[in-house]
Design a protein around this ligand. Sequence first.
Ligand SMILES: [Zn+2]
Length: 685
Amino acid sequence: MNKVNLTASVLLMGAFTACQPATKKETEKKAEEKPFPAFDLANLDTTVAPCTDFFQYTTGGFNANNPIPESESRWGQFNILMEANNKKLKGIFEEFSGKADLPKGSTEQLVGDLYYSGMDTAHIEKLGLTNLQPTLDKINAIASLDDYFALAAEMELHGIQIPFGLYVSPDQMNSTMNVLYAAQSGTSLPDRDYYLKDDSMSVAIQDAYKVYVAKMFELAGDDAEASKAKAEAVYNLEYKLAENQMSRVERRNPANTYNKMAFSELVASAPGINWDVYTKGLGVKSDTIIVGQPDFYKYLSTWFGEVSLEDLKAYTRFKTLSSYADQLPAAYEQAQFDFYGKMLSGTEQMKPRWKRTLGNMGGLGEQIGHLFVDQYFPAESKEKVAQMVEDLRAAYRDRINTLSWMSEETKVKALEKLDGFSYKIGYPNKWEDLSSLEISRDNYLQNIMNIAEYRSHENYEKLGKEVDKDEWHMGAHIVNAYYNPLNNEIVFPAGILQPPFYNPNADDAINYGGIGGVIGHEFTHGFDDQGSKYDVNGNLNNWWTEEDKANFDVLVKQVIDQYSAYEPLEGVHVNGALTVGENIADFGGITLAYYAYQKSREGKPALEPIDGYTDEQRVFLGWAQVWQSSQKDAAMRNQIMTNPHSPAPCRVNGPISNMTEFEKAYNCEGDETFMRPDSAKIVIW
Ligand SMILES: [Zn+2]
């Protein structure tokens, strides 16, 4: 369910058992591995001064030594760690997929058999379109819009895209209760701007997209001419949806997307949708609903009134084929890769089959994470990171107390929110029971459909019930972290609690700059331009005085302006308004890491430099190290248009160029510096 949990902010680009100690096997494996260096000097580019361009200084050598593999569009420390986790997962998958007699419904059976089915390419070729045929037949038989809406519900349950969608999530004004939301949808390019822009690159992408759509029709049996005509019709329908969608920048603001109304009001505003048939098909009933984009729904009603049944059938057929391209014979997967991988991301080659299969197993994320931590998560990491979370919280408390732009009145509220943050580290306290989910060894596509349907029902069944605050929204094996404003909580899966983020063999300064910076980043999401609108209980509820809010808004505007000036590709600027929340979190991340480290050194004797770097300098090396990466131009363009995270160079130089703490640590002087002049330095948290 990609529409669930829209509000959580992730770091990148996002139990029935108690602690499981590392097994002996793992201890032996570790002994064989080379220890990860605290900071590898070979990653530096010493032809550039740290004060001129700290990103290039800390990453130039890394990028020269670590070219982007052909099967990737971006390559960096995140990827290398994910790659290491994936190799461990491969071992787990191979072990369990090799056993055909695991207890039905057990975590091992579900994961092992799903993997087996995904790797059995000969069988997938043999099945062809067999599994989708009943759906394709129903699409062919559509004789009225009512037929369509009945089928649309079925498609929604199976994870096939339709132009709109309902989902259940906590009420942003009353975050202990689950309520029904309606969201815009219906387009397959990554953002509305991909349809609306008319520069030469955008037009080339639009043309390539039409070729991809036509290819899907051809593969499913249409002749070339009919396929081309249908692709044109599909594109035109999506274009109209895109024109009426709310932009990403507008969607960041909950004031725009939180539109609570009686369900009858939504029905009255969009009478062209047969809500009765559709909601009955989903098995959902609610008197109220929060509509994300009311204008889109009004337009959608017109869209359905104008579309011909033939075009609607073509659109629906394409979405069905496209949603399941990864589970269909190789030709479908190749067509999808040629567009999304090559054209949109600049990737030259497909990843190997096992990685593609792993990439399609996200519906079993919690189960995969469970098997991962059972074997690979040392319990002692959890305690050390918990201590760092408290250190960062203490540093944040000090910082809030010293802020000159915030009144005492608002500080009391900010500290109340800070003290109310909860955190989760490693993996869930209880694992979910999926024993009723049907996964077989011989039907990959049906397995993925079953998971989608299971997850849809699971989501709809939460309607009107209390929110389960113990729930995780990320697998424990994932290299990422998130802040969930509705729970006022920060979450760090086991996957990220490893080098270079957290390195048991590194000096504290490096770890404070690494995982400390990540923890500070997630804390700061609770105080970024949107997160700060939620109170200690996770509700949209203003706790700011008018004057303090006005002061904060001035600082936010300065951050927007700073990043909007960055131009990572010629003519392509960072979208300061889209990325401002993440940028504020990065400012907080490295600032808090620095001060938490200082606090940890209070009353202790000064440390000798390591590799010629003082411990203060090494905090910044630790931060820069986690962003060591490069990416293809196409991927950069895609990121800038769709991703709330700034490109890696901006994540290092952006915050640091405002920090006198960095300036002092590295003795930055003279004209050739990336540091902003004192009069322009932005200090928020
Ligand atoms: Zn973030």
